[in-house]
Design a protein around this ligand. Sequence first.
Ligand code: BGP
Length: 458
Amino acid sequence: MKFPKGFLWGVATSAPQTEGHSLENGKSATTWDKWFSLKPEIFNENQGPATTNNTYEMYPEDIKLMKKLHITSYRTSISWARLLPDGEHLNQEAVTFYRNYFQEMLNNGIRPTVNLFHFDMPWWLMEKGGWENKEAITKFYFYAQTAFAQFGDLVTDWVTFNEPLVHIEMGYLSHYHYPAIVDFKKAVQVGYNTLMAHVMAVKAYRESNIRHSRIGIILNVTPAYARSNDPQDQTAQNVADLLLSKSFLDPAVHGVIPEELIQLLKKHQLLPETRKKDLDLIQQNTVDFIGINYYQPLRVKAPSNPRFPAKDTTDLFEQYEWPERRINPYRGWEIYPEALYDIAMIMKTQYSNIPWYVSENGMGVADELRYANKDGQINDQYRIDFIKEHLVQLHKGITQGSNCCGYHLWTFVDCWSWLNGYRNRYGLVSLDLDNNYKRTIKKSGFWYRDLIDHNGFE
Ligand code: BGP
């Protein structure tokens, strides 16, 4: 099973999940630092953002390991609160750190893909309302301009946001991210302002004199599958796709907000406050590529007791457990590789066959360190099987003409995750927090190297 020539084989992570030194070296607090200081008990094993991989100091070792495994593309992010601790003044230490980090990747033949926002809202801005406040759009525009000016010569692929729907859904429609409230109207406003911040970052990129790289956005396109052909279940599927996929994909690629989405929001009195010039800005600032994170499908059915106007998404569609589902026994998420083929076809047929890549896919395993042998190595055949199954589906999509140019596994070294801390491990390399952050390559790491060497597998 061969992949196209030049196919990118990469790994993905983010600044807040790896850097550590979360309140040091000039960095100011994000919502994660603050939330952890206020409520440490809601974080798994009291592991907060300071307890991360120490990539801030150990990146040369990580990049050496990446080179050893022949990885050619590395996706991470910049911390806004590190680069501009008060939103205005540049932290010179951060500039030096990121320049050295990205240069080290290039020196080792690895393309830096750099994202500007991975759920890590600076606290000074959250205190002013975060993405609810339109001022955040202007502040993000300035941050993007600063990042392009400081690192534009080093970065190969720029990304504006990782999974913007997640900070909306988790922070404003459930209780997993700060401010952990349920308010549909606010969620829509946060979504709209985030979209405009993305658009303004693309604008800043086009206005810069960077010409050798490209810019995109990373979306968790999770196709919705309806319970049945019943028209109500079908409507639920359509609404889920509109809210959770098309809301960002359509403006990013086609430069328009879907009319059907506008009508839906209008009907439920959820229309956000907009500015006159926004539609033109959206239209003028489309992306060069799309990154897609895929873990599990969304199974939907018609809502059981819908309220009108909708108070949250459960009034529009409900999730349900597909009876035939296959579950990852180590993490609880559904395994459904076929969705990657469906995504490939959606990108080909509905999104002008724009270049795209898998920017995250991977298998979380709870408490995986207990499976290590006496030398500390983990024989994670389950992860190899998981990756293979997904690549089979991706390959099928590529052979049918989808313009997919790479695959990034989440993640390289096991990393910290939001409220889950270090419970679920995804890496090709394990991390021993009790042993000086020791890194040990898992069986999957060596398998991934062979996959890269053959540009495919048998
Ligand atoms: C994605 C996020 C990542 C990462 C991953 C795994 O949605 O972009 O930051 O956390 O999911 O999820 P989790 O760590 O919750 O198992």
